[in-house]
Unconditional design. Structure first.
Ligand code: CTP
Ligand code: MG
Length: 228
């Protein structure tokens, strides 16, 4: 059994709009709609767990009720950090789940092809991330705005979601992070600190996270191209 978890409990502060970005319209449907539909089209996915902020649990539930064709779903309340939101989701995942995918609700341009690739690689490796090769040179900069290092671009990847894990691997990593008070920047970082190898699946540059207003413009054009 495979479960997909969708953190959607953020506030979308960097979008600078009043509403959580997952409710914004993209080609006439919400960002959340596009994300959940693509996963629901995947044969291999059995259930969806959407994490909403406590104030938005009800409205997200009502929204999902209006969507036909979704895989079995539940909505749970999230926490103040993305990691705490996932922690809450892990508590309601079906006991029969062997593989868990975590995918930002705010990445609506995800394709079934990448989801399937992540599932396949997770079956082999136990822990997988989607990532793309860094296009820009990346510098390490100190608090004063001074460059301290320029790592070789060759080995640098920009990390996306979905990230896929054997259920026990992810649950153990979250349990340990909680015990250690460790806050990671993505799900895989929690698994990495357990000494586990994480396999990279080469993703797609269109799989952007709606973060700042220009991302919505790009996403609009990707959605339009897809439906043509
Ligand atoms: N998220 C979450 N719980 C949190 C914070 C974030 O479930 N406490 C979710 C967001 O809803 C989003 C995903 O994690 O789908 C990626 O996070 P990010 O892009 O940072 O979204 P926000 O936190 O909403 O945006 P911002 O940081 O600009 O406020
Ligand atoms: Mg955030």
């Amino acid at each position: 059994m495979i479960t997909a978890i969708f953190p959607a409990a953020g506030q979308g502060k960097r979008m600078g709009m009043k509403v959580n970005k997952i409710f914004l319209s993209l080609g006439g449907k919400t960002v959340l709609y596009h994300t959940l539909y693509t996963f629901s089209k995947c044969e291999m996915i059995d259930e969806l767990v959407v994490v909403a902020s406590p104030e938005e649990v009800t409205v997200v539930r009502e929204l999902l009720k209006t969507m036909d064709g979704l895989k079995p779903w539940q909505v749970v309340a999230g926490g103040l950090e993305r990691q705490y939101s996932i922690e809450n989701a892990l508590e309601v995942v079906s006991p029969g789940t062997k593989i868990i995918l975590v995918h930002d609700a705010a990445r609506p341009i995800i394709s079934t092809k990448i989801i399937e690739k992540v599932i396949e690689e997770t079956r082999h490796h136990g822990a997988t991330i989607t990532a793309v090769r860094a296009k820009d040179t990346i510098k390490v900069v100190d608090e004063k705005g001074i460059v301290i290092d320029t790592p070789q671009r060759n080995g640098l990847w920009a990390v996306q979601t979905p990230q896929g894990f054997q259920a026990d691997v992810l649950k153990d990593a979250y349990q340990k992070a909680k015990e250690d008070d460790f806050l990671g920047t993505d799900d895989a970082s929690l698994v990495e600190r357990m000494g586990r190898k994480v396999k990279v699946v080469e993703g797609d540059y269109t799989n952007i996270k709606i973060t700042t207003p220009e991302d919505l413009i790009m996403a609009e054009s990707f959605i339009k191209r897809r439906s043509n």
